[in-house]
Every structure is written in structure tokens, then in C-alpha cells.
Ligand binder design. Structure first.
Ligand code: AMP
Ligand code: GLY
Length: 416
């Protein structure tokens, strides 16, 4: 079987690597992929949102399975187009992906289905938003309603920070259409857990958990990013915590989407705050997390293509996982998540089995930066501590003239 992966980030590189190892898979294609994943997949020059060209390519190249990595093509309806063309695709329709695409939809959906989450208010009016902040007090969380690549969220600890975030979104249109309205959300306290599941209709098959580090700098300082590093497993939580999160969050979400006539197929991701009152949803995503995929997929011993196919055929695949730990650290362009230079050389990249490229292009045979998050280096080892030591040992070799990385991924679990 040939597999087509839509997207070109680190998550897609990890998907490509996983499929490339499968005895079920002949050729892995990526649209558009990136310069750093050319050894793993045949990269084709097709935009990830160009549904017409993607379906034409799949039909012409005997693609038995297409997997859509990022949220933007999902919300554009790429899966709908594949379904209409009678092609096998693992991912949600744009109707089902609304659980990620609109935070206000997600909040109202959770309310309808009694899925635990923080209290909230949606508004597009700056004065009303300010009044809400005055009434509720700080800390309070402010989110652009639509897609903002993980950057539209501010956890405001002062009224000034809240005001600045509301001005950016509602008055200065910093997030364009995505910031036409804001969601003001109760601040939740606890430890975070990213829990993803393979979902087809009401069948939910959970994966092992992961923890992401969203802030740009060490010690969880600085602005929110798409994610600066992750690890799996998350020893702070045991099987019963995960079972509770599946029962209270992932299963009712899948059931609710099916009940509302937008059944979900694909990867459902719950970003959870594990509070004193149990798990509460911070966000839903309609796809693998990035960088969570890069640390979870290397632990999957089951065959990914078979898991997806069996699920779509109506089965309930059982998953086997490596007991090893994986920890990965992102190297990003200096300036990210703000503005940064593109086209600067990426040199002295360490050798690693789990090296996933994202914003990487190629000029005259050398890698150059092409995005904010440039690469993720992960190591798999018997313990998180060993994986962490190995990752940071290797990253010492990376030329950081134009790149930076956090030096404390996993520190919250590893006391040294
Ligand atoms: P999101 O893009 O919604 O996942 O938010 C990005 C990050 O902001 C999360 O991973 C949390 O660290 C933080 N965050 C979001 N919502 C809340 C909340 N209600 N309470 C506390 N922290 C939050
Ligand atoms: N790492 C969080 C996300 O993929 O949205």
C-alpha cells in the first residue's frame, strides 16, 4: 500500500518515519513535506490545502491511505474532498474538525455534553471583555476564537496583561479573522496532559499520554508557542487517571460529535489540565499534537497503517507500546514565536535516529531555516532521565547562531 501524508512539519516527519517502517507500506509520499524528510518520504510539490491536486495525486499514484497532519487542511475540507472522491483518508471532516477550529464551538459543545472544562465567556466587544475581566479578576485566560497556531492564547496574571491581549485580538486585529471574537476562560490550575486517541465514530482507542512545553523559554517563561518539547510517558499520571480522562472527556466527545451528525474519524487530542477536581479540557485538537506525535509515535509497537485501517473497517485495534521513554526538544529560529529570519543556514545538526525536521528548506545542498520551529531531536531510552541526558548531550553539537532551544524539557519530572 502507498501512503500519502498531508503537511510538512515535524509531526508529518514522524508520521512518515512510522509508515516507512511498516511492512504494510510500499512508498510514503508527503505533500509538501520538507527538505529534512526527503530520505524518509517522497516529497511532492503540492500545497497542503489544495484539495483538488491532493485527490488527483492520490488517485494517480494508487494511494491506499491518506493521513492529514495539520489543522488548516482539515478545516478547509481536504478530508471531505477525499471522501467525495471515494478515496481512503484517515482524518475528520471539516464539520467534525470544528471541535478544534472554533474555541467557542468547542466550549458550547462541551457544555451540551457535560464534558468538564473551565467556565468561559465569548465576546467580540472589547468593552464587554474588559468588564468581564473586572468582574472575574485575574488570573484569566484569553484566547482568539479561531486558529492561531498555538500563539493566540494569553494567560494573564494582571489586568494590564489582559488588556494588552484583548487590544491585540479585538482592536488591532493581530490574528485577523481568527480574532474576530475572544474566549475568556477560567484559569485552571494543575499539571497538563496531552491525551490522544484513534477515533472512528464512537470507537475510541487511547494512546499513551505526553506532556508538551508550550512556553518559549526555560522555566515556562515567555509567550505561548506551538510547543517547544515533549516527553512520554507522563509518570505524574497512572492508568486510572487516563481511564478517567477517556471516560469523562474523549468518549463523550466522540459520542457527542456522532450524535450531532458530525461523526469524527481521525486523531482526537484532548489537552487536559489535571485539576484537584479531575481532568478538565483546555483544548481539543482534531489531529496529532506537534510535538506530541514525535514522542508518542516512536513508542508505538503496533503497525500504524494496520491500526488505522482496522479502525476504519469497524474494528477496535489493540495497541502495544514500548515501555521505553521518549523525550524530544525543539530547536526554533531565534525570535520565534515572533518574527524571525528565514533562509539562514542550519549547520552542525547532530546525528540521531529520532531527528524530525519542520521549518527546514534546502539551498545549495545545505539546510536553511524556513519556519519558526526548525527541528526536533528526540531520544528513546529506558528512562526519561536517560533520554533527556542523551538529547541534551547531542544538542550541544548544534550550531545555535540562529537557533535556540529550551534547556529544561522534562525537568518538572526529573529531579537531578
Ligand atoms: P491552548 O492553545 O488552548 O492549548 O492554550 C495554550 C496553553 O495555555 C495551554 O497548554 C496551557 O498551558 C495554557 N492554558 C490554556 N487555557 C488555560 C486555562 N484555562 N487555564 C490555565 N492555563 C491555560
Ligand atoms: N502541541 C500542541 C498542539 O499540537 O496543538
Amino acid at each position: 500500500m502507498n501512503v500519502l501524508i498531508v503537511g510538512g512539519g515535524g509531526r508529518e516527519h514522524a508520521l512518515a518515519r512510522t509508515f516507512a517502517e511498516s511492512p504494510e507500506v510500499d512508498t510514503v509520499y508527503a505533500a509538501p513535506g520538507n527538505a529534512g524528510m526527503k530520505q524518509t518520504a517522497v516529497c511532492i510539490d503540492v500545497n497542503e490545502e489544495d484539495a483538488g491536486s491532493l485527490t488527483a495525486f492520490a488517485a494517480e499514484h494508487d494511494i491506499g491511505l491518506t493521513v492529514v497532519g495539520p489543522e488548516a487542511p482539515l478545516l478547509k475540507g481536504v478530508v471531505n474532498a477525499f471522501q467525495e472522491a471515494g478515496l481512503t483518508v484517515f482524518g475528520p471532516t471539516k464539520e467534525a474538525a470544528a471541535i478544534e477550529g472554533s474555541k467557542s464551538f468547542a466550549k458550547a459543545f462541551m457544555e451540551r455534553h457535560c464534558i468538564p472544562t473551565g467556565t468561559y465567556k465569548v465576546t467580540s466587544d472589547y468593552d464587554e471583555a474588559i468588564r468581564h475581566v473586572d468582574n472575574e479578576g485575574v488570573p484569566i485566560v484569553i484566547k482568539a476564537d479561531g486558529l492561531a497556531a498555538g500563539k493566540g492564547v494569553t494567560v494573564a496574571f494582571t489586568k494590564e496583561e489582559a488588556d494588552a491581549a484583548l487590544r491585540d485580538i479585538l482592536l488591532d486585529d493581530k490574528f485577523g479573522e481568527a480574532g474576530a471574537s475572544v474566549v475568556l476562560e477560567e484559569y485552571l490550575e494543575g499539571e497538563e496532559l496531552s491525551l490522544m486517541a484513534f477515533v472512528h465514530g464512537t470507537t475510541v482507542v487511547p494512546m499513551v499520554g505526553a506532556q508538551d512545553h508550550k512556553r518559549a523559554f526555560d522555566g515556562d517563561q515567555g509567550p505561548n508557542t506551538g510547543g517547544m518539547g515533549a516527553y512520554s510517558p507522563v509518570p505524574q499520571f497512572d492508568d486510572s487517571d487516563v481511564e478517567r480522562a477517556v471516560r469523562d472527556v474523549l468518549q463523550p466527545a466522540a459520542d457527542g460529535l456522532a450524535e450531532e451528525g458530525r461523526p469524527f474519524t481521525g486523531i482526537l487530542y484532548a489537552g487536559l489540565m489535571m485539576t484537584m477536581d479531575g481532568p478538565k479540557v483546555v483544548e481539543f485538537n482534531a489531529r496529532f499534537g506537534d510535538p506530541e506525535a514525535q514522542v508518542v509515535l516512536p513508542r508505538l509497537d503496533s503497525d500504524l497503517a494496520s491500526v488505522m485501517t482496522e479502525l476504519m473497517d469497524g474494528g477496535r485495534p489493540s495497541l502495544t507500546w514500548s515501555s521505553d521513554a521518549v523525550l524530544g526538544v525543539v530547536a526554533a529560529s531565534k525570535g520565534y514565536p515572533g518574527s524571525y529570519d528565514k533562509g539562514v543556514p542550519i549547520t552542525d545538526v547532530p546525528d540521531a535516529d529520532l531527528l524530525f525536521f519542520a521549518g527546514a528548506g534546502e539551498e545549495n545542498g545545505t539546510y536553511v531555516t524556513a519556519g519558526g520551529r526548525v527541528l526536533l531531536l528526540a531520544e528513546k531510552a529506558a528512562t526519561l532521565q536517560e533520554a533527556q541526558t542523551a538529547v541534551y548531550g547531542k544538542l550541544k553539537g548544534l550550531d545555535t547562531t540562529n537557533l535556540f532551544y529550551r534547556t529544561d524539557i522534562g525537568r518538572n519530572v526529573i529531579k537531578d
